[in-house]
Design a protein around this ligand. Sequence first.
Ligand code: OAD
Length: 262
Amino acid sequence: DDLVRLADAIETAETAVAVTGAGISAPSGVPTFRGDDGVWDRFDEGQFSYGRFRRDPEGFWADRVDLQRELFDGEYAPNAAHEALAELGRDGHLDAILTQNTDGLHGDAAESVLDRPTDESGGDEPPIVELHGNARRVRCADCGKRIAAEPIFDRAADGNLPPTCDCGGTYRPDVVLFGEQLPGAVIQRARSLARESDVFLAIGSSLVVEPAASLPRLAASSGATLGIVNLEPTPCDGVADVIRRDDVVEVLPELRSLVEAP
Ligand code: OAD
């Protein structure tokens, strides 16, 4: 069937690339932004804009503490879909994972599948490109120092607003805020990976937020086989070769099992 075709394309591809969104982390208990019970039904995107951070850092941080709690409540761990992608990467079948997620779960899955920290790597695993940054870190808006987010969020939750760095600057989440541009180099890298790919997978994303939204079309128009796995229809379905509207934890392990290990 369709999934066998996609697996065959992955096996013969020189370059295979995946873009992922909140849907891949939904089975790990991280809520999505849109769709059923989406975070943007309960929060207003405007609360988390770069302009608000600049204008009203205290208010921004007060709301951000609530959002962080909503997104990353308690323990959350990579699921079978993250693991399937990590295994495809380990086995040389996936060359990059571009993710819109800031939860760090692709990195966790890579470490557990490779059984070692990825930053001590021999460099053989595929890069994970975090298009929107990583919410487990904050960085100083002035000096740029990056540190773990958790103690800073604890400080902010205790009413220490806004949290500041030793240099006197204000900390901000190490993520792309609304109204902020992604670094040009990151966009260029994502676009050239999409253009080079022979297989492009779009997984668990509504594909409505740029730049991820244009990558599937770019890949397809450059000749890639495009596979989409998402519960709901997306604006890119019309150019896809294979569409599965099922749960990522069903489809990705199956896809991975259909691709022969080297
Ligand atoms: P969305 O919340 O827009 O879309 C998630 C998609 O995943 C929806 O279309 C769901 O149908 C689908 N989905 C949910 N659970 C699934 C499952 N178990 N299996 C398969 N599909 C499932 O999330 P993104 O596309 O990632 O930006 O959103 C993109 C960006 O919008 C986010 O990175 C964030 C947000 O505003 C920033 O924070 C900058």
